[in-house]
Design a protein around this ligand. Structure first.
Ligand SMILES: N[C@@H](CCC(=O)N[C@@H](CS)C(=O)NCC(=O)O)C(=O)O
Length: 206
């Protein structure tokens, strides 16, 4: 990769962490540009016009082009590496888990983490408070699905670590910050330990 890579990010976000972890894994040097999402820095006219019309980070800048959506950014970085299965079925299965992460996992676990750990229970509005039990239930359902899948597997797809593992690891390993009890999911815990052992570049993504 010869083009300059800039990650527009908020460092505490798991969506941004997964992009950093993927970059570290494939050895791609990333410049980092921080935005305070609590202060609305991704909602300014300049950000909306020049970085992401959807007003969110992460956004991976490649030269003068921009890729929003964390899993798309991860895919760009991982394309051609050992994180993307060669087998056609496995590649589609990897995408299945990336979509699962965005639909069933992240909207529940990441949102509860942000509300409880960064905004604070006292600061939540009525609509957010009302959604909390539903997000708790759906987050636990996602963790159950993962735990069942991992009962007799080491990795989500095939025989080695893929992008599916990196993307699901991002918010699972901090789910305790959203008050999820990971002890209820022993196969998930073993899988996280496996990733931490396997992923030699983890400290580069901190
Ligand atoms: N599906 C998007 C979600 C991006 C997202 O929700 N980003 C949050 C931080 S994790 C954000 O930018 N929030 C600020 C805002 O909405 O103003 C992805 O995977 O990148």
């Amino acid at each position: 990769m010869t083009e300059r890579l800039v990650l527009h990010e908020y460092a505490a976000s798991g969506n941004c962490y997964k992009v950093r972890l993927t970059a570290a894994h494939v050895g791609a040097p990333l410049e980092r540009r921080d935005y305070d999402i609590v202060k609305g820095e991704t909602r300014t006219p300049e950000f909306l016009a020049n970085v992401n019309a959807n007003g969110r980070i992460p956004v991976l800048q490649i030269g003068d082009r921009f890729i929003p959506e964390s899993n798309a950014a991860c895919f760009y970085l991982a394309d051609g590496s050992d994180l993307i299965p060669k087998d056609r079925f496995d590649r589609a299965d990897m995408l299945r888990w990336l979509f699962f992460e965005q639909y069933s996992h992240e909207p529940n676990i990441a949102t509860l983490r942000f509300w409880l750990h960064y905004v604070g229970l006292d600061q939540l509005n009525d609509a957010q408070r009302l959604q909390m039990p539903l997000k708790r239930k759906a987050g636990n359902e996602a963790l159950h699905v993962m735990d069942d899948h991992l009962r007799d597997r080491r990795w989500f797809v095939g025989e080695g670590m893929t992008l599916a593992d990196i993307c699901l690891f991002a918010y699972t390993h901090v789910a305790d910050e959203a008050d999820f009890d990971l002890e209820l999911y022993p196969s998930v815990i073993k899988w996280m330990e496996r990733i931490m052992l396997h992923e030699k570049h983890m400290e580069l993504a901190a």
